[in-house]
Design a protein around this ligand. Sequence first.
Ligand SMILES: *[C@@H]1O[C@H](CO)[C@@H](O)[C@H](O)[C@H]1NC(C)=O
Ligand SMILES: *[C@@H]1O[C@H](CO)[C@@H](O)[C@H](O)[C@H]1NC(C)=O
Length: 353
Amino acid sequence: MARPCLLPFLLAAAALLIAWAPGGALAKSKLAKKSDDIVNGPLLTEKLKANRTLIVGPDEEFKTVQSAIDAVPAGNTEWTIVHLRSGVHRHASHASGKVVIPKNKPFIFVRGNGKGRTSISHESASADNAESAAFTVNADNVVVFGVSFRNSARAGLVNNQEIRSVSAMVAGDKVAFYHCAFYSPHHTLFDSAGRHYYESCYIQGNIDFIFGGGQSIFQCPEIFVKPDRRTEILGSITAQDRMTDNDNSGFVFLKGKVYGVGEVYLGRVTAPDSRVLFADTYLSKTINPAGWTSIGYTGSTEKVMLAEFNCTGPGSDLAKRVPWSQRFTMNEASKYLTIDFINGNEWLPAYYY
Ligand SMILES: *[C@@H]1O[C@H](CO)[C@@H](O)[C@H](O)[C@H]1NC(C)=O
Ligand SMILES: *[C@@H]1O[C@H](CO)[C@@H](O)[C@H](O)[C@H]1NC(C)=O
């Protein structure tokens, strides 16, 4: 079976070749079915049938990302491409410098030239996660390809209230990111609410760096633990906020790899029904043997679902895991292992299976 998550360079090279030969290798299928096709900008453009493009760059009609988004009509109903030229899109002089897709502008496809070439960068720290976000999606039906999101705020002291420095906050429903990257020291990706899909994305951080109440699949993610020597506590990759057992939210990590420097937990309990699964994932020794933590949480861990299934690597040894974490059987894991968990068949333009 192809494992594109483990072959990023080959993939990037192949994507380039395909991008340069659009008449050739690109499938003409309109179906949003299994993406044997390599997901790239042209493929997504075709699947979404986007026929309006707003180009952002120093020599283009739109100089800032926000000005292009502002030009999309309120109540938009047709997929519109906001194409970001290669380079760092940073607009400190602009009113706020942050990029926000407001609730009333759905059907936007933010298309970069690849996560190594196109980035949105902003420096913002706050006591409030949403306030600090460099990029915010409040609209439903948003697709992003090939962009790095960076909050370049200097890391504050841990336990200082001004340390929140979110790179992206995702609060709309039916939002997908392909081949993107998220950078911040911690609290990197605020996966706040709604159904989301992240394919082949890179996410870096130390404390609670993928957090919120989203209902999300992370397909072939690359998760890099960045050391933070200012703190005695060990950080956590996830902090999932599922509040009740009829809340559909949860984070599912499939076929990715976790590595880095220092030591962290896979997740921290932050709500009575926190739900996170790591499946078919390589875990390096950067995962503490206890696996999961409830530090800072005073409620019961009785109903949480913090689980692992079929992981590999030195960090996957289950012998010393906290007793309230779970090791899933194939049967227990199965309902989380496909895009059905986020009803992806109904809305994803492409997905890896
Ligand atoms: C985009 O294409 C659709 C049909 O595919 C058409 O109805 C619509 O008018 C087009 N919009 C633009 C801006 O060309
Ligand atoms: C476990 O993961 C390996 C890859 O690491 C995969 O080949 C295998 O099919 C998985 N097993 C199950 C039962 O899903």
